[in-house]
Design a protein around this ligand. Structure first.
Ligand code: SF4
Length: 623
């Protein structure tokens, strides 16, 4: 295999994606591990290696004396072609063993448009694609991550889904697997034992009946499994075994720096945001703990930048303390600190000023909508004044370029909201012209993604705009956001529509996925690979059309395809939030001390956890 691989690697783009052996990677003795698990990332190495969750699970599993974890990424199209021609199965980076030799293969579900890569990876490993075709000696195939909160289009291909935070569940999964293996239990018994672990959803034990229009009539679960599976979260994030010796890639990756996770969850309550629901409640790490972890990261990696990661790092209560601690301790070593997500306000720019002594070319803000009316609908607690103050301080502080993120197709959007995007972009440019010292380099970049309704959000019932509407809105903005200093970027509408289909579809989409894969769909999130005509053909084979699920308006009474999966925020609260959205009524952020009753704290029996031992008293029942 080694010689064959060497010959292939000499002919492919970026061979470093497939060689392994990086600094801090772990190669345990194969025969000494009783349970062998592969972490499978269904995208290229550069994307997968930037995923903090993988580094956490890699540590958790490899810390067990009885287990090992190795990594595998989706081979790019050139590598796939060469591997298939040479009859080489998909292999792990550490021991270069076929994926089929592992006991457990765990996929991470970060993006719906990587689903065809999952099928392709199973096929390249020679693992039967459908769970029902797998036999005793085939690996157990599990999956978890944000898309696991509506995994129905993948249900026939995955043996068990993990709902919630993987490090909380993975040891229980491996313990159950090991016990079943030692007792030589059948595959069915192993699945049954796994279904008894809180946070594990085993689709084979759930049956769905659909109505004529494809909506769910009812679902049933076998008597021995829970009817509704509840997500699992880590109660105290200070106890999370944090990877302070992360793998340092040989090659450039998307996030080529230390990642220091400052907190889990976000309580802002943006109504389109699935992450805001599924990672609740907020749990902040202690600043001293973070500074100690940073110290270890610096010693063990050699990276020169440390990124404070979370969904909204400038909301972290100890942010000023952590930033000054990091700057005091590490500036002499020329370690830079980065804040990947900034709130659109002057405070955040002050923080960015503090950490970036050399001004980078660009700062990014996400007002999401062009008018205050629509920002109230989506509960984006940002005003035009906040944004103008933020960009004014950024230009004063020496930044010459600002990126603004918006979403088009949001519920209730009208042409005035689109005009609002145009005028906001022009006001920001104007402010730059009045303030910035480097007028020649001044640039305002507007990016407009398309709204994708996601499960477990207040907008889960809302339809997406049709492709024609989205394209018309993109044209409207393109014609107006142009000229010196202004750039407009947008996302391909067809990709957003398929993303919405997969995000809110049901098991009827599984054969469509399989057909799309057979027709050659791979890396559908990559514009150079995406081929909408193949997807159209795949849908046509099963009498459905792309957009059938994306454009569907669900009613509050409908049984939703994900109603058997509980993210902790109650459906009652989501329905109330949906109504408040359409009435344009904002909801407070519970971080301020007042609980609007999302239900997650009582449901999971843990409270928000803020720096200094502070918390928020949750209301027990909303209505
Ligand atoms: S239950 Fe209340 S305090 Fe807890 S996350 Fe929800 S809104 Fe915040």
């Amino acid at each position: 295999m080694e010689q064959l691989l060497e010959r292939i690697l000499a002919t492919v783009e970026k061979p470093s994606r497939y060689v392994g052996g990086e600094w801090n990677s772990i190669s345990k003795k194969w025969d000494q591990a009783e349970v062998k698990m592969a972490f499978a990332f269904p995208d290229v190495y550069e994307v997968g290696m930037s995923h903090l969750g993988m580094q956490i699970l890699y540590k958790v599993v490899n810390d067990r004396p009885d287990a090992l974890m190795e990594r595998v990424f989706a081979p790019w199209v050139d590598m796939e072609e060469k591997m298939r021609a040479a009859g080489l199965p998909l292999f792990s980076l550490e021991s270069r063993r076929s994926l089929a030799e592992f006991d457990v293969v765990g996929f991470t579900l970060q993006y719906e448009m990587s689903f065809t890569n999952i099928l392709n990876m199973l096929d390249m490993a020679g693992i039967p694609m459908r769970s029902s075709d797998r036999k005793g000696d085939n690996p157990l195939v599990i999956a978890g991550g944000p898309c696991g909160f509506n995994p129905e289009p993948l249900a026939p291909f995955i043996d068990a889904f993990v709902l919630g935070e993987g490090e909380e569940v993975i040891n229980a999964v491996l313990d159950v697997y090991l016990a079943q293996k030692q007792q030589q239990c059948s595959r069915r018994d192993t699945l049954s034992a796994l279904a008894g672990v809180e946070g594990i959803y085993v689709p084979v034990f759930y049956q769905f009946e659909y109505k004529q229009d494809g909506t769910v009539k009812e679902f049933k679960s076998d008597s021995l499994v829970p009817t509704v599976v509840k997500k699992r979260v880590v109660a105290d994030v200070n106890d999370v075994p944090f990877p302070t010796r992360p793998i340092v890639p040989h090659t450039d990756v998307v996030h080529d720096r230390m990642m220091l996770e400052v907190m889990r969850g976000c309580t802002r309550g943006c109504r389109f945001c699935q992450a805001g629901t599924i990672y609740r409640p907020v749990r902040e790490k202690d600043p001293e703990n973070l500074l100690a972890q940073a110290e270890e990261l610096v010693r063990s990696t050699g990276w020169d930048e440390i990124s404070l990661t979370s969904l909204s790092s400038s909301d972290y209560s100890g942010i000023s303390e952590v930033i000054s601690g990091l700057v005091d301790r590490h500036s002499s070593e020329r370690i830079n600190v980065a804040l990947p997500s900034l709130r659109a306000d002057a405070f955040s720019v002050e923080l960015a000023k503090e950490v970036q002594r050399v001004r980078r070319s660009s700062l990014t803000f996400a007002p999401e909508a062009g008018t205050q009316r629509l920002r109230d609908v989506i509960n984006k607690g940002v005003t035009e004044e906040n944004l103008m103050e933020a960009v004014t301080s950024a230009f004063k502080a020496g930044w010459s370029s600002v990126k603004l993120y918006f979403m088009i197709g949001l519920p209730s959007e009208t042409e005035s909201d689109l005009e609002g995007i145009v005028s906001l972009a022009r006001r920001v440019l104007e402010a730059g012209r009045n303030i910035s010292r480097s007028k020649g380099r001044l640039r305002v970049t507007v990016s407009a993604s398309s709204f994708v309704p996601k499960s477990h959000t207040p907008f889960q019932w809302e339809p997406q705009d049709s492709l024609i509407e989205l394209q018309e809105k993109q044209r409207f903005l393109k014609q107006r956001i142009k000229g010196k200093g202004l750039t407009f970027n947008w996302h391909e509408g067809q990709v957003s529509m398929l993303e919405a289909d997969l995000a809110r579809g049901n098991r009827d989409l599984a054969p469509v996925l399989e057909r799309a894969w057979a027709l050659g769909c791979r890396f559908d999130g990559w514009s150079e690979c995406f081929d909408f005509s193949k997807w159209e053909k795949a849908f046509e084979c099963f009498g459905i059309k792309p957009g059938d699920y994306a454009l569907r308006r669900y009613s509050h009474e409908d049984v939703l395809p994900w109603d058997h999966l509980d993210a902790g925020v109650s459906k009652k609260y989501l329905a109330l939030e949906h109504k408040r959205a359409l009435d344009g009524v904002p909801t407070v952020d519970c971080r301020g001390g007042k609980c609007p009753g999302c239900g997650i704290c009582p449901s999971l029996e843990i409270n928000t956890q803020l720096v200094g031992g502070k918390s928020v008293e949750p209301v027990q029942d909303l209505l």
